[in-house]
Design a protein around this ligand. Structure first.
Ligand code: ADP
Length: 287
């Protein structure tokens, strides 16, 4: 980030009456959320948003009050995955931004701030960061049991901002099964450790493909990468999700597979939710 960007960001934070948070003493810009889960990955296209949406919907189906913040500023895909991509921002009588809602979850995304869903956001990092802080502070989230944040991939500005501005309960790291070329995931894990964000576990997505006609399993993206990383860093391994055309189809159709899928498909995401709860870090909601 340039000095000018950094200055602009600090000014915004100061104008909101908050000092610049430190990752070891973060600001709490979501005091209305009992738990905050961030979903992150080393690189894009590994299925991070799909995991975020489906895990969030598992908790919503358990009657948790769930909010989903799409913080993937330059590639927001959550609105489409939940059929709220045509919704634009509206304000309530208290001049607070109203969330979109579907499948029992509140949803907010920078993708909903643009005139049309295909308008690109050409923003400097400081503007993107300010927008995210606004989506935390100026949106009427109500009281939530769980805020799930779908992060952009990598180790950039948003990661740093979330570490400084939110009390994160746990991070969920999504990776592919490739054992080689896991450097990007390692960097993501190390950054989380450096900024004191507890890691709730690792999920391996795109873990093999079972041909529906023959039942033969093909390890298209390799095997064992997630387990290996979990072992090396002493982190819980929360399961493997195979390549399944129905996952892609349901995402494209805007209905999470954890809502509409078979018991076996739902179980992939239920296991992740159970694994996160088993860390003992999450406060139980009053149901
Ligand atoms: P990311 O957030 O990491 O960029 P996405 O969640 O947007 O990735 O997923 C990228 C693409 O892969 C999407 O089209 C999504 O539907 C598809 N996808 C994700 N997980 C699976 C899976 N397990 N099987 C098949 N397709 C998947």
């Amino acid at each position: 980030m340039s000095d000018a960007d950094e200055l602009a960001r600090r000014k915004l934070l100061e104008s909101k009456g908050k000092s610049f948070g430190h990752s070891s003493r973060p600001n709490d810009r979501a005091p209305w959320a009992k738990n905050v889960l961030i979903v992150t990955s080393g690189k894009g296209g590994v299925g991070k948003s799909t995991v975020a949406v489906n895990v969030a919907s598992v908790f919503a189906q358990r009657d948790w009050k769930v909010g989903l913040l799409d913080a993937d500023v330059y590639g927001p895909s959550v609105p489409r995955m939940l059929q709220v991509d045509d919704e634009r921002l509206t304000w309530n009588d208290q001049e607070r931004i109203v969330c979109a809602e579907n499948f029992g979850m509140k949803v907010m995304s920078v993708g909903m701030t643009t005139p049309t869903p295909d308008t690109p956001l050409v923003w400097r990092a400081s503007v993107a960061t300010s927008a995210l802080i606004q989506l935390l502070e100026d949106v009427d989230w109500g009281e939530l049991d769980l805020l799930v944040v779908d992060m952009p991939p990598g180790t950039g500005d948003t990661q740093l901002t979330m570490a400084q501005e939110l009390r994160v309960t746990a991070a969920l790291v999504v990776t592919t099964p490739q054992v080689i070329s896991t450097d990007d995931v390692r960097r993501a894990i190390k950054m989380l450790q450096d900024v004191h964000i507890p890691i709730g576990g690792i999920v391996e997505n795109l873990s093999g493909f079972v041909a529906p006609d023959t039942g033969q399993r093909y390890a298209i993206f390799g095997e064992g990468g997630g387990q290996l990383l979990a072992k090396q860093y002493g982190l819980p391994f929360l399961g493997e999700i195979p390549i399944d055309m129905a996952v892609r189809q349901s995402s494209d159709a805007g209905t999470p597979i954890a809502v509409s899928g078979t018991a076996a498909q739902k179980a992939w995401y239920e296991r992740i939710a159970d694994g996160l709860l088993a860390t003992g870090r999450f406060l139980q909601p009053k149901l």
